[in-house]
Write a protein that binds this ligand. Structure first.
Ligand code: ADP
Ligand code: MG
Length: 243
């Protein structure tokens, strides 16, 4: 079952909710270090897919491989290489430092080590070090996003999963954070799997894009090719909505 060297592989992944089929046998290969984006309209199955990947839900059938390990039956807390970043999952009553260190505390790392790692991550996210003692409630929207990213990176996960992290933000902040995410991807060398319903956002950030529609991938290719050679009427029309 090891026919490729990709970091993450999906083989014929099906997800049903009762009699409704949300994913119709999805195949996917994601390479190490890629910024890979899944884009598609609301209800196309993007969140369902990411929930399977991080172990928040179980596949109905099919296989998910991370390197040489089959992980589709592995519980979420035993998939230490995967981590979802959800912007609104910060603890508002705690400080920035406490938020970033939370996953390290769960792992019972020593306080000194945790603090050192948190400060390193503040540097990486270009937040001033004195934010360590600042409360989340005192941070701006953009700063909160950076803290959430720092916390996701505290695990040192192999893959970072994002489910529409910017969709609730206003246009200007979204554009700024798109740039920062792309930059962070370049600086960390991590594999990013990013979900959005905005093809424009996908085009700006990604190495490759998968277009999802009604539980199947219509097209998987580099951004340019989606423009120059859409494989289906759906892809062409979906692009048309952007322009
Ligand atoms: P997207 O993230 O692309 O907007 P979702 O993955 O959330 O789409 O949903 C895909 C389809 O699966 C939708 O039709 C949705 O109603 C359905 N669905 C998602 N989760 C459940 C669930 N827990 N029970 C029943 N149907 C679900
Ligand atoms: Mg969704």
């Amino acid at each position: 079952m090891m026919e490729s060297n990709s970091l993450l592989r999906l083989r014929n992944v099906v997800k049903q909710f009762g009699s409704f089929t949300a994913l119709h046998g999805v195949d996917l290969d994601i390479e190490e270090g890629e910024f890979f984006t899944i884009v598609g309209p609301s209800g196309s199955g993007k969140s369902t897919l990411i929930r399977l990947l991080v172990g928040m839900d179980e596949v109905t059938s099919g296989e998910i491989w991370l390197r040489d390990k089959r992980i589709d039956q592995t519980p979420a807390n035993l998939r230490p290489t995967c981590m979802v970043f959800q912007s609104l999952a910060l603890f508002p009553h705690m400080t920035v430092g406490q938020n970033i260190e939370f996953p390290l505390k769960l792992r019972k790392e020593a306080p000194g080590k945790r603090r050192a790692r948190a400060l390193e991550l503040l540097d990486l996210l270009r937040l001033p070090r004195d934010y360590y003692d600042k409360r989340i409630s005192q941070c701006s929207g953009g700063e909160r996003q950076r803290v959430a990213l720092a916390r996701a990176l505290a695990f040192d996960p192999e893959i970072l999963f994002f489910d529409e992290p910017l969709s609730a933000l206003d246009y200007r902040l979204r554009k700024t954070l798109e740039k920062e995410l792309k930059d962070l991807h370049a600086r960390t060398g991590k594999t990013f799997v990013y979900i959005t319903h905005s093809l424009e956002e996908a085009m700006v950030m990604s190495d490759r894009i998968a277009i999802m529609n009604a539980g199947v991938f219509e097209q998987i290719s580099v951004a340019d090719e989606i423009y120059s050679a859409p494989v289906s009427r759906f892809v062409a029309e979906f692009m048309g909505e952007v322009n």
